[in-house]
Structures are given as C-alpha cells and as structure tokens.
Design a protein around this ligand. Sequence first.
Ligand code: WTA
Length: 646
Amino acid sequence: MSNEVFPVSPEWAARAIIDEARYKALYEASLRDPDTFWREEAQRIDWIKPFTKVKNVSFDPKNLHIKWFEDGALNVSVNCVDRHLKDRPDQVAIIWEGDDPKNDRKITYRELHAEVCRFANVLKARGVKKGDRVTIYLPMIPEAAYAMLACARIGAVHSVVFAGFSPDSIAGRVVDCDSTVIITADEGLRGGRKIPLKANTDEALKKCPGVTSVITVRHTGGDVAMQAGRDVWYHEEAAKVPADCQPEVMNAEDPLFILYTSGSTGKPKGVLHTSGGYLVYASMTHQYVFDYQDGDIYWCTADVGWVTGHSYIVYGPLANGATTLMFEGVPNYPSTSRFWEVIDKHQVNIFYTAPTALRSLMREGDGPVKKTSRKSLRLLGSVGEPINPEAWLWYHRVVGDGRCPIVDTWWQTETGGILISPLPGAIAQKPGSATLPFFGVKPVVVDTEGKVLEGETSGNLCIADSWPGQMRTVYGDHQRFIDTYFIQYPGMYFTGDGCRRDADGYYWITGRVDDVLNVSGHRLGTAEVESALVAHAKVAEAAVVGYPHDIKGQGIYAYVTLNAGEQPTEELRKELVQWVRKEISPIAAPDLIQFAPGLPKTRSGKIMRRILRKIAEDDFSNLGDTSTLADPTVVGDLVDNRQNKG
Ligand code: WTA
C-alpha cells in the first residue's frame, strides 16, 4: 500500500463541476433525502411523460423490488441522439479509430441520428418489436453503437456478446434470453489479426434453432457464407429504409439491455438494466466523475461487450452530448505507443483504461510513452480491477506527466455505473484506493457473520440502499437475483468484493471474496472454466482457482484429474488450454495446469478451494486445517507437484 496523498490542485478545484464543499453537501443531501435529490438529478434527461414517483425499493428478500421513476416515460435513444440535434448537430458524437491507424471516421450527432434510425428501421423490417431480445456480436465499430441505440429506439432489449467469445458461449446467451435476431459482422480486426465473427455465429446457430434472422455488417470484406432466408447484409437492407424512425415511448422500468456476466456458480447470468434509472445514473456519473465539460474529447478503451463499454462509451457520454472515442484495436499494435499516439492524434482530454493494460505497457519502459506529447490530457481513469500503487504511480508520473488526477472507479456490471471513485475536483487521491462513495451510495463493511463494522476496518462490501443504476433482476431467474445478492446480508446488496476502510473513510477494494476470477479485468466464474475442462473426454475432474499474476492481476490455475488410464503429458496440457479457449474464449485459457491424481475434498465430497488457492499462490506455510479432509495425503502430493516447480 502507498501512503502518499495526492491533493486536489487549485486549478482542478476551480474548474470542476463538483468541488469539495459541493461534494460534501450533495452527498449528505443525497442520503438525507434521496427522493428530493434524485427528483432533481433526473431532470438531466428528457422525459416524454414526467414521473411523479421517485423511488420504490425494498431489499427485503421476501419482497424484493427495485423501481425508480416508475410512472415516467422516455426513450433512451432520443436522449442520446435526437435531443442534441438542436444545439450540436455538427459536433462529432463518435470518433472511431480503427485497428489500422490509417482507418478512422468521425460521426456527427446529425449523422448518428440518421444511422440509428436506419438501423432501427432495418430491425423493424426484420420483424423486431418492442420487448424482443436482440443479440449483438460485433467488433468495436460504430455500428455497435448504432445497433444498441436502434434497439433502444424501438424498445427492443439488446444483449451484447463480447466479440472474443466462442460459438458455444454465444449459443448459451442466445438461448437463455430467447433471442431470434443476431447482429454480427463478417470479421473483426484486432492487432492485425482477423476474427471470424460471422463464421462463429454460424457455428453457434447450430445450437439455436429459434434464430430467424442474422444481420451482417460488412467490415473487412472477408468471405462469409450467407444462408438464404436467414442471413442478410446490413448495407443492403439499410439502403431500402428511410433515415427517420419514430421512437417508442418506453416506461422508465422497461428493460433496456441484458448483459451476461459470470457469477460464482453455474452459467453466466443475464444482468437486466432498465431505461430511466440506468440512463440518469450513467449520464450523471459520466459527467461528474470525469468532469465532462462541453468540447472535451473523451476516450474509454473498454469493449462494448462489457458494461464499461455500455455505460461509458455509449450511454453516459452520448446522453451528455459528449464526443466519445471508440477504438477497434489493441494497446500494442502497431507499437506499444499506440494509446499515446491516438491521444495525440485526436487530442484526447480524458482517458479511461484498465490496470492490466497499464501494467503491460509499463513493462515496456517510459520510452514509448515519452516519445508522444499527451499535452491534451487532463484526467486519467482506471477501472475493472484493483490498481496496484506501482501502476497508479506510473500512470500518474509517466502518462499524465504528474499533471492529471486519476479517478480509480469501482463498480460492477450489476451496479450499472460507478459507485466509489474520487471526483477529480473534490477528493484527494491515494494510489490504490477508489476513495469515497458517489452521491446516493452508502457502502457498508460487514464481517462474515453479517455484523456491520464501523470506522477503520476490513471485511465484505455491501451497499445499504438502492441507486437508480442498479440492476433489476437476473433475466428469467428472479430467484437467482435474490439468492446471489440479497440473502447473505439481509437488507443489503452484497457486492461479492472484499474491502478495507482506512482512517479517512477511504475504501480500498481488495478483490472478490467469492469464486469469481478477475483476469485482465475480465470476470470469469471458476465453475465455468471447470465445466469446460470436465467436458474434455480425458478429464475426470477439475478445480480452478486464481493466483497473483504480474500483468493480468489474476491468472487461472487449474488442477486436473484425468480419467483412469490417461497419461499426463505436455501435449495434453497444451490441448486442454486450446480446448478451453475454444469452449469459452481465449480470455478463459488456464495459465497453469497441474495434473493431480486427487483433489482435496471434505468427507462430504466438497472440494476445499482454500487449500488449492494457497498452493497456487505458492503459500505452503499456512494451509489451514486439513484434518477434515477425506484423504489428507493428497495435499502433500499437490504441494510436491505444484506446476511451475516441476
Ligand atoms: C472489480 C467492471 C478494484 C471488482 C466495471 C468488481 C474493481 C468487479 C474496480 C466487477 C476497481 C472493478 N478497483 N476492483 N476500480 N473496478 N473491480 O462486472 O472485483 O466486469 O466486483 O464490472 O471488478 O467486474 P465487472
């Protein structure tokens, strides 16, 4: 931990929308009288029918409901597009930077309006209606934003599937939300390599008999197979429809999107976000946390396949009439200066990225950064995993030339937007701490028995009351929503994260306390990786845990027991890694596989992950109580054979 404090500079205190006094006053007001606070904040968006009720929430597991602005009506795409046509039709809404630095595009709000309407009309022509689920499997191209906003315009519910996911992962998500339409592209491009998106879709659809329509965006021009009756080219359909489309009137609590995310058990769950509360919260946090002001060029490097891309590339920035940069490529192509070159090229003022990217670039030394100017930068942000103080300090000193505050934003797919973060003009930063809660957010630290801990302490992080951006349910499985988040600590939302609160009341997120891994900022369930491994014909049993990894934050350590008669060979190890890449995604590939003749289990057959975690962490000194194991000798074998010890 670093004990350094980086105070708010006088320039920042003077220019920021929220300074320290205002933060304190508004935070206090937001907890004292949430109804008044949120009634006023919700005026930032245009309502077709104003709401009269602000908040209707119960966290009681027996009567769980979460509703915000419930009798209001709006259209999210109108808020992100149409309403800016009056004041800023010719302002750039989206700057697109291709994988190849020679490719870029600028889309004004006027053009965005036409594109979104056209896309909406194509969806309608393919039979999509209000409430239908549409799967979007696209690379980082403007059409991804058009498609999302087009769904919002006609009241369809989008489910974006990250373009790095495998056919099986797509199929699982398509079937779970019963989506009949898929939007994809011929191919994606990352670091000069092509990703066969249409081919992956075709493969996935062998398992999705309900899909009637595949809309394919032509991006690379690569060859793809088209199935007559089912598949159409987007550009051909778009040429047949008008560039204007009447928006649907949506209730505040109508679903906006589903986004699948990993939990500690079972298959990924469909996190459902609704329209009014989500948009108010995404827009508000984007404005205050990034101190977004008119004319700023803002760049979030996330992928639209993750929640960060939803809230902080598309919905938050566009609701605020911002200029948002969308980057197709990777940080190290064509060179490790790429991020900084893009910042100079487009004069980016606000830059928001993930610690894993910073750690991998940091490894290259200061040279690739220092050869660029970065004078346009004013603010830096971090998201997705704890940022280690070393990376924080490098980001501050080298990337920001010691001039730019860093907002370390803690939040989750479930929370819709940022819950704990410094506001750059109001809150002094400490490297590695997400600092203080956002307006209306009441963090609580509890011990494993559920006792609320006060003052300087550490434990599990809960949130005591609702905020408008909170997820409303797990799609199709409300009981799972209750069981996952509201049973363990009754009356509170349980985040699944551990944290420490210091003497200044600052929060330091320490990572997941459940069986969720965070690999390079990507969330993965240990159960998902295990079930992929077990699906291999030679594998009898598997147990997966995380271990500290210099670049990825966490690496994936898999203990694998083979079927009788199978030999543990180096080839098989490689084969299993390839297998998981293909079954789930390259992001889920195990870093280390240890073949184990047996796994430590209790007498009732439960795998003792605590012990496996310790061994993977190379921490053999304190394996805890092993006396409850059915066969304590397996632990000695596992220690002797820890994979990279040979
Ligand atoms: C972790 C990403 C520490 C955390 C927005 C959380 C963080 C999970 C931070 C959610 C941060 C995210 N500091 N940890 N600033 N941001 N996390 O759903 O463990 O992909 O529970 O949402 O990432 O990941 P998700």
